[in-house]
Design a protein around this ligand. Structure first.
Ligand code: UT7
Length: 322
């Protein structure tokens, strides 16, 4: 029997504080119009002092579990994608497992920057397809605001905080159709965030904030995402017109529009959240999926293409029949 990974439920959490472009333009040399025109972002959420990746993950996860109408004890595997873990270890997935009161499942983190949720979906799909597990909780949770250099106008305008979750369950009905994930570690210098705890005498002053050559990353992202979209459709013998929804990583509206154009899709068929959320890294695709499903745009039986690109570089896609 074929085991498909079916979407049983989704969840999302955004912290209360809203930081607008106008707020940022009070501290760095930028403007609302520059940010909006170049990125599509108007505002982003900022986590409170007591919030962590695991506390935000818990809220999104509980919502996904409730919608899926299963008990936390039925979860066999928890995957958390995050670049801003509470601790180096235990993993944020273990902390989340404890918060959810689950005792005996497997829990681990995935670190693939903005592609983390797609990596999580891919891993979960392999586990479910083989029949090894039934229910998998995947969460992307990020406090990007704590690793952003708030004096660097090239990066601080982009990122935001939040958590997205999806619960996949084994089904004989079609669910995840295919996933495609890749990495190329040769691009470290274009986008990275040092770990100050791992500094040596030689680089002891390194700070743990994001460095990015935005314009170069932009170009590689557009080309790479165009290629992965083709690969995903070919692998499933599908035409562009067979895809009902594009749920992209939310880095820049111009990158999203280029991918939609490649798919010959109108922007009406694209779930866009970045205007009010910015780039929430590994949380963004799952937050967008959650929004599209909960507001009724994405309907059961429709074909949804998720994709992401991030530091590493890492990139990937997941084609899902919802
Ligand atoms: O999620 C992981 C992957 N990340 C991405 O995909 C991010 C990809 N990159 C981007 O989204 C864009 O490259 C940015 C939004 C970061 C920058 O947009 P851009 O159109 O590529 O601008 P640019 O870096 O080529 O800079 C153009 C000009 C420069 O000034 P000069 O040298 O032409 O005088 C920058 O100094 O814009 C200047 N600039 C700004 N001006 C006002 C850069 N940031 C700002 C700013 N406000 N915030």
């Amino acid at each position: 029997m074929t085991h498909y990974a079916k979407v049983l439920g989704t969840g999302g959490y955004l912290p209360e504080e809203i930081r607008t472009n106008d707020d940022i333009s009070k501290t760095v040399d930028t403007s609302d119009s520059w940010i909006y025109e170049r990125t599509g972002i108007k505002s982003r959420r900022i986590a409170g002092a007591n919030e962590t990746a695991s506390s935000m993950a818990e809220i999104a996860a509980r919502q996904a579990i409730n919608t899926a109408q299963i008990s936390p004890d039925e979860i066999d595997l928890i995957i958390v994608a995050t670049g801003t873990p509470d601790r180096v270890y235990p993993s944020t997935a273990c902390l989340l497992q404890h918060r959810l009161g689950i005792k005996h499942c497997v829990a681990f983190d995935v670190q693939a920057a903005c592609s983390g949720a797609i990596y999580g979906l891919s891993i979960a799909d392999q586990y479910i397809k083989t029949g090894a597990v039934k229910n998998v909780l995947i969460v992307g949770s990020e406090i990007c605001s704590r690793i952003v250099d708030w004096t660097d106008r090239g990066t601080c305008i982009l990122f935001g905080d939040g958590a997205g979750a999806v619960l996949l369950g084994s089904s004989d009905e079609a669910g995840v159709l295919s996933t495609h994930v890749y990495s190329d570690g040769g691009y470290e210098d274009m986008l990275y965030c040092p770990n100050p705890q791992a500094a040596t005498e030689a680089n002891k002053h390194q700070v743990g904030t994001i460095s990015m050559r935005g314009n170069e990353v932009f170009k590689v992202a557009v080309n790479t995402l165009e290629r992965i979209v083709d690969e995903t459709l070919e692998a499933n013998n599908l035409e562009k017109t067979d895809v009902d929804w594009l749920v992209p990583h939310q880095a820049n509206i111009r990158i999203i529009a280029a991918t939609a154009k490649k798919l010959k899709m109108s922007m009406e068929q694209v779930i866009v959240t970045l205007e009010e959320q910015g780039n929430t890294s590994s949380a963004s695709v799952l937050l967008a999926l959650h929004e599209g499903i909960t507001d009724g745009r994405i309907k059961r039986g429709q074909v949804v293409l998720l994709e992401a690109f991030g530091a590493g570089f890492t990139w990937g896609s997941a084609l899902i029949k919802y």
